[in-house]
Design a protein around this ligand. Structure first.
Ligand code: NOJ
Length: 553
């Protein structure tokens, strides 16, 4: 940890202001050449992240998994899947990141395991009512012969939330709960054995030196007593972002788990952090995850889901600062991740597309790439000026759009299969990223293999092309991160300014931040000296879909 202490002493609460870069390991860099990214690939590309200027990386799951949900189905929480390498490869990656002053957060998936997990396999073989079954949520079915599921809940990925098992004697048996795919059975978090197991898993990775955890489905682990029937409203998004009082989302009991984990992390030196993935309908509810004795960060999904509208953006920023401020926590800003349409496309959608539905060849009215990129760059320019922490998702620093033309035959997201192709799902934001325009698989590896096909026109987004272009999205991100650091934008407060109804405008110390979300250019004050602009422009008027940081001295 020696190198890290130089950038932030223990107790400095680095996570309050850090910029954290999400690596989706299967699509970042592939050293083995099998078409799926891996840990040695990540190690080989750490210099580029240092150059970008991020403080930490978060790795989506690389633990042992049959990969039915791209690793969010973990069969062994204490080992690396051979697809991604070995525990030694992990240690090397961690040390190399730390050597560069980059912290490392790993993904923890506590709501459910893989059906291949030893505990679930034992549960299948054991009898109803056994301690093995009690680690998961097994129930008898309804109906004369138990042939109906225990309740009417619908899985996030489509279809029912229950799967019936065949008992050891060959007869149709109990049902088990799975919020996601049937290959992802939910743990029963009322069982102390489950709690103890996860304390031990936390310690396993903390002992190896990780700086924290991103906690998957951090709002789902406790289900309402009695598992009452629930029908979501027709316009609900599948992760619960728009609904109140859902019996499997945001139950009070989840908070005890994080208070417990907070104490586990506090036993360790170096300011380890928990970041929750909790899709709650309001900011007030979201902020419950980061009360002082719980998690350190929780993704600001209401912000991510805000459409490109000045009033809506001003409101969500104002309310975020109020609600997170009220519990003494930073807001953790985020615009893209591996579950949502990339923001360089999403912000040009004409309707909301918050989670899961995706964009594919037959989607009507696909977003315009140029408008999307302009808005995406402007949105990031606003985000990185805000006080708090911010997460970036690999490839957004290149301005990557959603891959919208992936042929059906290549799709992998369980959402696509569980909805019989009704929802395209998330493959479009998960395509391996381009490093070199003229190399096989755009430099993702040396073999040219890629688990999802890369669009041919991604040549223009390749890192080596953007590195040579001072107007590129990569150049913009580097500049934003450098100026943010120089001015300490990650902490402190902001002062709102009035630049008209179609603008988002505020001041950070001597630096003014303005974004034009309207349809007409916006005059900047005479003498404005531009520090960073989301795209180049001439004259004193800020073009539409553009944001700028400027001073007036
Ligand atoms: C949220 C993860 O981000 C997503 O990718 C995954 O499918 C579900 N949780 C289930 O683990």
């Amino acid at each position: 940890m020696a190198q890290l202490e130089q950038i932030a002493a223990p107790g400095s609460e680095w996570w309050r202001s850090a910029v954290i870069y999400q690596i989706y390991p299967r699509s970042f860099a592939d050293a083995s050449g099998d078409g799926i990214g891996d840990l040695p690939g990540i190690t080989s590309r750490l210099d580029s992240l240092k150059e970008l200027g991020v403080d930490a990386i978060w790795l989506s799951p690389f633990m042992t998994s049959p990969q039915r949900d791209a690793g969010y189905d973990v069969a062994d929480y204490r080992d690396v899947d051979p697809l991604f390498g070995t525990l030694d490869d992990f240690d090397t990656m961690l040390n190399e990141a730390h050597r560069r002053g980059i912290r490392v957060i790993v993904d923890l998936v506590p709501n459910h395991s893989s059906a291949q997990h030893a505990w679930f396999q034992a549960a299948l073989k054991a009898a109803p009512g056994s301690p093995e079954r009690a680690r998961y949520i097994f129930r008898d079915g309804k109906g004369e012969n138990g042939e109906l599921p225990p309740n009417n809940w619908e899985s996030v990925f489509g279809g029912g939330m229950w799967e019936r098992v065949t008992e050891a004697d060959g007869t149709p048996g109990q049902w088990y709960l799975h919020i996601f795919d049937p290959t992802q059975p939910d743990f029963d978090w009322t069982n102390e054995e489950v709690r103890e197991e996860f304390r031990s898993i936390l310690r396993f990775w903390l002992d190896r030196g990780v700086d924290g955890f991103r906690v998957d489905v951090a709002h789902g682990m406790i289900k309402a007593d009695g598992l009452p029937d629930y029908t979501p409203p027709a316009d609900a998004d599948s992760m619960g972002g728009g609904e109140a009082n859902v019996p499997y989302w945001g139950q009070d009991g989840v908070h005890d788990i994080y208070r417990d984990w907070h104490r586990v992390l506090a036993e360790y030196d170096g300011d380890r952090a928990l970041c929750g993935e909790a899709w709650m309908p309001t900011l007030k509810q979201t902020a419950l995850w980061v009360r002082p004795d719980e998690m350190h960060q929780t993704f600001n999904f209401p912000y991510l889901m805000t459409e490109w509208d000045a009033e809506a953006l001003r409101d969500v920023i104002r309310e975020s600062l109020e609600e997170f401020g009220a519990v003494g926590a930073p807001s953790t800003w985020v615009l893209s991740n591996h579950d949502v349409v990339r923001h360089a496309s999403r912000l040009a959608l004409t309707e909301e597309n918050p989670q899961g539905d995706g964009i594919g060849p037959l989607t009507p009215n696909k977003p315009d790439t140029a408008i999307g990129l302009a808005r995406g760059r402007a949105a990031t320019t606003v985000m990185l000026a805000l006080p708090g922490s911010a997460y970036l998702y690999q490839g957004e620093e290149l301005g990557l759009p959603e891959a919208m033309e992936i042929p059906d035959a290549f799709r992998q997201d369980p959402t696509w299969f569980r909805t019989n192709g009704e929802r395209y799902g998330r493959d479009g934001c998960r395509v391996p990223i381009p490093w070199e325009a003229d190399a096989p698989a755009f430099g993702f590896n040396e073999s040219g293999a890629s688990w999802l096909p890369q669009p041919a026109d991604w040549t223009a987004y390749a890192r080596d092309v953007e590195e040579k272009d001072e107007t590129s999205t990569l150049a913009l991100y580097k500049r934003l991160l450098a100026v943010r650091k120089e001015h300490g934008f990650g902490s402190g407060s902001l002062a709102w300014e009035d630049a008209g109804a179609d603008a988002v405008a505020f001041r950070r110390g001597a630096v003014h931040v303005v974004a034009n979300l309207g349809t007409e250019p916006l005059d900047l004050p005479a003498g404005a000296r531009v520090l960073v602009a989301s795209q180049p422009f001439d004259g004193d008027a800020l073009p539409v879909d553009t944001a700028v940081w400027y001073t007036t001295d």
